[in-house]
Write a protein that binds this ligand. Structure first.
Ligand code: HEC
Length: 471
């Protein structure tokens, strides 16, 4: 009995021990006083700090600690620990404590390679803003140029996934790495590596400097495209060689779709709360073939070519699904009805129906010609993060923050299959064209493979060198 109490006592001490260790290594940010004649402005003084040092992990689909720092409203709503800001009381505000590194969790996380803590001046401005009442933005938006944020080596969330058309390979994007697996054995075959260095010239062994947000195999399986901060890369999945790098994107590239003939790659992205970015690349030359300007008023999260390649559907944070002509880039029509970010869109093989999945938890099916909503499909308990049509069928696959992957029939709205087993938020899903190999991944860092024909779990793919869970 006594030893049990001792054990319990030790267990209770453990968090404190870990905490003091962390504290021992990391110095708090120096506290300095600043004097200002004018009030601190959220948009001018505070938001630029978030853009520079926080948004890579706290915006868009990535909301670590359930905290969205992309807007004033998101900041004031707080995260999983509750309110981050108590207006007038910096000392009681989690935001101030985490950034000053006087309270856990230290932000940005100290293990970051390229993430600098707040400077004493930035921290002082933040303190002053909170103490002045944490006032809302006034409308003068001054966004600094986006800079690359490099995730720490251990980051494990899977944000991009792709299954090769012949079902032999699974590609998983974790942090800034891309891991290629043999689908049958589950063995890690190789990691895709480019010659990279940080802005301050430190070598980086990874596929991209920043987070890999999307992956797609070309229809012939000979190329793997990856989207990350301001760039898209084309790889040879068989040799691991980087074939081409296309730059010139405004911000993160978060959505990719090859045309059915493999000639074009559609890309979607853009900085949060700015114009979305929607471009089509000519795969052979790497040149931009279509640049849709002002297509969306916010980040583009999903892109999908019509089956005949003459049109491009897109969706985004502005809640719209839109269709543009290819290659003119001319706007054709838009579909309105979702009440939150639309995170995935796809065309049915007959070209007549579109389906979209949203952070409002619903799937909507649209009649393309009529421009009307056909049905809404409910069932997911949380944000739908990706949606794809399965080959030439009437079925779509979705993954969600509710930790499930599901198949749905868009013709009648029926739920076809449910693939449970994930233990965290799902960001990514991929399905072979024949619907038999399903891969899903998210916050857990594990990719789960399922048999799409019967719903059975096949195996889990862990990060290289780690033990995969048995279920
Ligand atoms: C590399 C990723 C990363 C960066 C960059 C980052 N954070 Fe975080 N943040 C996290 C993670 C992961 C958590 C959850 C940690 C936990 O719960 O222990 C978190 C949690 C938080 C929380 C606690 C939310 C809650 O309610 O639990 C705050 C506040 C926060 N971050 C603020 C910031 C700020 C401000 C910045 C920029 C100065 C920043 N973070 C940069 C990854 C990051």
């Amino acid at each position: 009995m006594r030893s049990l109490f001792m054990l319990l006592g030790l267990l209770a001490l453990l968090p404190a021990l870990v905490w003091s260790q962390e504290k021992g290594k990391v110095e708090p940010v120096k506290v300095v006083e600043i004097k200002r004649d004018t009030p601190v402005l959220y948009d001018k003084d505070i938001e630029p700090i978030f853009v520079k040092k926080c948004l890579v992990c706290h915006s868009g689909q990535i909301k670590e600690g359930k905290l969205d720092l992309d807007s004033y409203e998101g900041l004031m709503k707080g995260g999983k620990r509750g309110k981050s800001v108590i207006p007038g009381k910096s000392a009681d505000s989690l935001l101030y404590k985490t950034c000053g590194r006087t309270g856990a969790p230290f932000m940005p996380p100290p293990k970051e390679m390229n993430q600098q803590p707040l400077s004493p001046e930035e921290l002082a401005v933040m303190k002053l803003w909170i103490d002045e009442g944490a006032k809302a933005p006034t409308g003068v938006r001054v966004r600094p140029k986006p800079v690359v944020s490099i995730p720490p080596p251990g980051i494990k969330s899977v944000r991009g996934l792709a299954v090769s058309p012949d079902k032999t390979l699974v590609a998983a994007g974790r942090g800034n790495e891309i891991h290629i697996y043999d689908a049958a054995s589950g063995k890690h075959i190789r990691s895709l590596v480019d010659k990279l260095e940080t802005p301050d010239k430190k070598p980086v062994e990874a596929a991209h400097l920043s987070i890999v947000e999307a992956l797609a195999f070309s229809p012939d399986g000979k190329l793997l495209a990856s989207g990350s901060f301001q760039e898209v890369k084309f790889w040879d999945p068989q040799t691991g060689a980087m074939k081409e790098k296309v730059t010139g994107f405004a911000d993160h590239v978060v959505a990719l779709d090859f045309s059915a003939d493999g000639k074009y790659l559609a890309t979607g992205g853009g900085a949060p709360s700015e114009d979305g970015e929607l471009k089509v690349l000519d795969v052979a030359t790497g040149k931009v073939a279509v640049d849709v300007k002002n297509g969306h008023s916010d980040t583009v999260y999903g892109v999908s070519f019509s089956p005949d390649g003459t049109k491009l559907a897109s969706c985004g944070a502005d809640k719209f699904v839109k269709v543009f002509e290819v290659p003119s880039g001319k706007f054709i029509k838009s579909f309105e009805g979702h009440t939150h970010h639309v995170l995935g869109v796809g065309w049915k093989a007959d070209g007549k129906l579109l389906a979209s999945g949203s952070a409002d938890k619903s799937i909507k099916v649209w009649d393309y010609e009529k421009g009307e909503q056909v049905r809404t499909i409910q069932g997911h308990q949380n944000e739908i993060t990706r949606l794809f049509f399965i080959g030439k069928t009437s079925q779509v696959v979705t993954c969600s923050g509710d930790q499930t992957v599901r198949f749905w029939n868009v013709d009648n709205g029926g739920a076809v299959r449910n693939f449970p087993g994930s233990t965290e938020y799902l960001f990514a899903v991929a399905v072979s064209p024949d619907g038999t190999v399903v891969a899903a991944g998210g916050g857990e860092g594990v990719v789960r493979l399922y048999n799409g024909a019967n719903g059975q779990f096949i195996k889990a793919l862990a990060p290289p060198g780690e033990e995969a869970p048995k279920k």
